[in-house]
Design a protein around this ligand. Structure first.
Ligand SMILES: Cc1ncc(C[n+]2csc(CCOP(=O)(O)OP(=O)(O)O)c2C)c(N)n1
Ligand code: SF4
Length: 332
């Protein structure tokens, strides 16, 4: 079947981007762009978290005319951007504790209200450990009170900053420092990980969305939409981590795209607990294509591999595809 050619990665200075009309380019291609996270930080080469955060916070800056304050949980994003006394951030930014960034965001929003600074908006952000584990109680409270904060989770699926320990967002079968690739069922076998976007939806908050660094226009649009709303909002961004995933630094975008195209990571929006849009899979691929370039899944392949575990991962991806209607009828 003939398919129209698409430029998947249009946010860079590549030829593909220059061939696009200006309105189709991302903010990074514009000389007038805002630049929330400056050069000189210490993220690893190919860090999906640095890329995702830069685009997300830049978009929030533009949406608020620069009237933005960020609270940041402990984790890679905080550590690589702010080794005291330096910082790469170009906005008012506060390092909270590891587990209380949602509460700190709430406090800042309350302070702005008391001071009558209604135009000043707040984001709180952290990694998956800070969000799904230690910060979960504060985040659920922020949702329940409908506090006027956009919370952004950069999900690299483990505690990367402290040496790749398992978090409750670590996927089934993944090897981490605390889920070793040994035994009859190697890697993380606690379950399938905690699905924070769906938990956020269960709080019926005004806006929940997922995104990846494979589609930066989509990420920017979701941040802009979130900033156009008030109350508690949650954005969950999949950000591949070359160090923790054992992947090539040039594969960050490709892996994020494969996470979507396999159904492993559904990309959608929801308002008040109901799904309002999904990003359809353009070219469905089996989960092996996503897993094989990552050393954290290497034990699933080869002569001593684990086809049964692969089958479970495929079944989970298929369930996502069904649950969110990720395939057009004709492509299914
Ligand atoms: C109360 C507390 N426990 C443990 C730590 C140590 N610590 C700092 S960052 C971190 C892991 C962060 O993981 P995650 O939130 O997933 O972010 P990432 O580094 O992967 O971006 C840990 C365990 C801490 N700072 N505070
Ligand atoms: S360890 Fe992972 S998340 Fe942390 S800076 Fe390196 S690539 Fe980014």
């Amino acid at each position: 079947m003939n398919a129209p050619i698409k430029f998947y990665q249009t946010g860079t200075f590549t030829v593909g981007n220059r061939l696009l009309s200006p309105e189709q380019r991302t903010v990074q291609a514009s000389p007038e762009r805002s630049n929330a996270l400056n050069s000189g930080h210490r993220a690893c080469q190919g860090c999906g978290e640095a890329l995702g955060a830069r685009y997300a916070v830049d978009a929030a800056m533009r949406a608020t005319d620069g009237e933005l304050i960020a609270a940041n949980a402990t984790g890679c994003l905080e550590v690589f951007s702010t080794p005291y006394p330096e910082t790469s951030w170009q906005l008012p930014w506060i390092h909270s504790l590891f587990g209380n960034t949602a509460a700190v965001g709430t406090g800042i929003a309350a302070a702005m209200k008391v001071k009558g600074k209604l135009g000043t908006r707040v984001i709180a952000q952290g990694g998956d450990g800070g969000t799904t584990d230690i910060g979960f109680g504060c985040l659920s409270g922020m949702f329940e009170r409908n506090d006027d904060v956009l919370y952004i989770c950069y999900d690299n699926e483990a505690y990367m900053n402290t040496g790749v320990q398992r978090s409750s967002a670590t996927p089934y079968a993944a090897r981490t420092a605390t889920t070793m690739a040994v035994g009859a069922e190697p890697g993380a076998t606690f379950g399938q990980g905690k699905n924070l976007p769906m938990i956020a939806m269960a709080h019926q908050i005004p806006y929940v969305a997922t995104a990846t660094v494979a589609d930066l226009h989509d990420l920017e649009a979701k941040v802009e939409k979130a900033m156009s709303l008030h109350g508690a909002r949650y954005l969950h961004v999949l950000v591949p981590c070359p160090l923790g995933w054992g992947s090539a630094s040039h594969d960050t975008i490709r892996l994020a795209r494969l996470a979507c195209e396999t159904g492993v990571f559904p990309v959608f929006e929801a308002e008040h607990g109901e799904v309002t849009s999904v990003s359809k899979i353009r070219c469905r691929v089996p989960v092996e294509e996503y897993l094989k370039p990552q050393k954290r899944f290497a034990h699933l392949f080869g002569a001593h591999g684990h086809p049964d575990m692969l089958a479970k991962i495929q079944a989970d991806a298929d369930r996502n595809i069904r649950r969110f209607g990720l395939l057009d009828e004709v492509a299914a």
